[in-house]
Ligand binder design. Structure first.
Ligand code: GLN
Length: 458
């Protein structure tokens, strides 16, 4: 049914970069055969899942949204893919994304944009707009995303779906095409909080192949979601973050987004939660710190795309064919403008003489943000804010204005800088009928709280 739905709506939505019907059906039939043979199956066996194209998949092309990786077929699976396969969850295909996960609209994909199923003239968010749109268009019941600065939560917000950035280290990064290694985190995308929790339990847990993987299993998320579904939040302390649009007077926050947020805060109180306002003053510097740390790490991670090892190789049109000139020609042709912009910014910020002023200062801001979170979580169990300052904007509207694009991440970025988990759940519609998102943040390793509170408000 999902494959048929993909065939019907893909010409309009373009959520996928790669679908192999026969491969998916073969995986589904293998599960059926195991069931028929009386084998013990995982509870999600047979439920198909769409995977963001930044996750490497053995035998299935993986581009990370970039022309530079066109035609590359990975020889191995990411750990999270190994776990999906072990659970018997057939892969529906690879979803569209901003090139190397840089962006908030999926317009920076090297393969054309994805359209928001709620209004095809609007963006589905980014960088994981393909996964979010696939869910919103009922092309997939579950999807995988990655979130370095909001790329799971912001697309969830603007497509009326659920997206979770787990605690840093909670889902293995082995086999992700790295953007910024100290910020990257894979996570579940779904249409309900319980579905996301179930998927998180499949893909999460310790992985010896990831040096920053947390110890211990990923368990208790579905139970927390079931507990939250009762709607009883007595005893839960909720902090409204003043700096993330919580004051209601934040510049840049759409009127309906703020109004929906305030209504939901009242609902939380009605459900028995104790709501207080908290201040995290360093959050106002998060965006600036992120846009130094991310380009710095990305410029280093992307150095491996040199025309020699993976995918595209372009030789100079004239003159000698030296290694350096092949690299320059390949990168010139294979990288899009946003990727080039960030590599230039990152190498500049890391260069001798500027390192302390830029990268060093940004790392200090990061510490201050971690301290703000620690102080806030001394007083409350979870923090809430709008996920994104606006609902889905029009395709093309912010494409030529990188700063306007970056401002979309203002509420999601602090969590990545501190490594704490966050969820976006649907929070009503604006006057144009477009979805609004609510963000819930919890302390590191307390992801279960996201599922409990998320299920109570959904
Ligand atoms: N929009 C953010 C960026 O462009 C988030 C990216 C991400 O989470 N992968 O960097």
């Amino acid at each position: 049914a999902h494959l048929d739905r993909i065939e019907a709506v893909e010409p309009a939505v373009h959520a996928f970069l790669h679908v192999d019907r026969e491969d998916t059906l073969a995986q589904a039939r293998a599960v059926d055969a195991e069931r028929a043979a009386g084998g013990e199956l995982h509870e999600l066996a047979g439920v198909p899942v769409a995977v963001k194209d930044v996750v490497v998949t053995r035998g299935t092309p993986t581009t990370a949204g970039s022309r530079i990786l066109e035609g590359w077929v990975p020889p191995y699976d990411a750990t999270l893919v190994t776990r999906l396969r072990a659970a018997g969850m057939p892969m529906l295909g690879k979803t569209n994304m901003d090139e190397f996960a840089m962006g908030s609209s999926t317009e920076h994909s090297g393969y054309g944009p994805t359209h928001n199923p709620w209004d095809l003239d609007r963006i589905p968010g980014g960088s994981g707009g393909g996964s979010a749109a696939a869910l919103a268009a009922f092309e997939a019941p579950l999807a995988i995303g990655t979130d370095t600065g909001g790329s799971i939560r912001q697309p969830a917000s603007v497509t009326g779906t659920v997206g979770v950035k787990p605690t840093y280290g909670s889902v293995s990064r082995y086999g992700l095409v790295a953007l910024a290694s100290s910020l990257d985190q894979a996570g579940p995308c779904a249409r309900t909080v319980l579905d996301a929790a179930l998927l998180h339990e499949v893909i999460g847990g310790h992985d010896p192949l990831d040096a920053t993987s947390l110890t211990g299993p990923a368990a208790g998320y579905a139970d927390a979601a079931r507990q939250g579904a009762s709607g009883d939040l007595r005893g839960v302390r909720v902090g409204v973050v003043r700096e993330l649009g919580g004051s209601g007077h934040e510049a840049g926050f759409q009127r309906e987004v703020s109004a929906a947020f305030r209504r939901t805060v009242e609902l939380l109180e009605g459900a028995g939660a104790e709501v207080v306002e908290v201040s995290c003053p360093s959050f106002t510097a998060a965006l600036a710190a992120y846009y130094l740390i991310l380009p710095a790490e990305a410029s280093s991670n992307l150095a491996k795309f040199d025309g020699m090892r993976f995918g595209l190789r372009v030789e100079p049109v004239e003159g000698p064919v030296t290694a350096e000139r092949v690299m320059a020609a390949t990168r010139g042709a294979g990288f899009g403008s946003e990727v080039k912009r960030r590599i230039i910014l990152g190498t500049y910020a890391l260069s001798a003489g500027y390192y302390d002023a830029y990268y060093g200062s940004a790392q200090k801001v990061r510490t201050l943000i971690q301290r703000d979170f620690a102080a806030a979580f001394d007083a409350v169990d979870v923090l809430v804010s709008p996920t994104a300052p606006t609902t889905a904007f029009k395709l093309g509207e912010k494409l030529d204005d990188p700063l306007a694009m970056y401002l979309n991440d203002v509420a999601t970025i602090p969590a990545n800088l501190a490594g704490v988990p966050g969820i976006s759940v649907p929070n009503g519609l604006d006057d144009a009928g477009l979805p609004i998102g609510l963000q819930i943040l919890a302390p590191a390793r307390a992801d279960a709280r996201l599922y409990r509170v998320g299920a109570a408000v959904e």
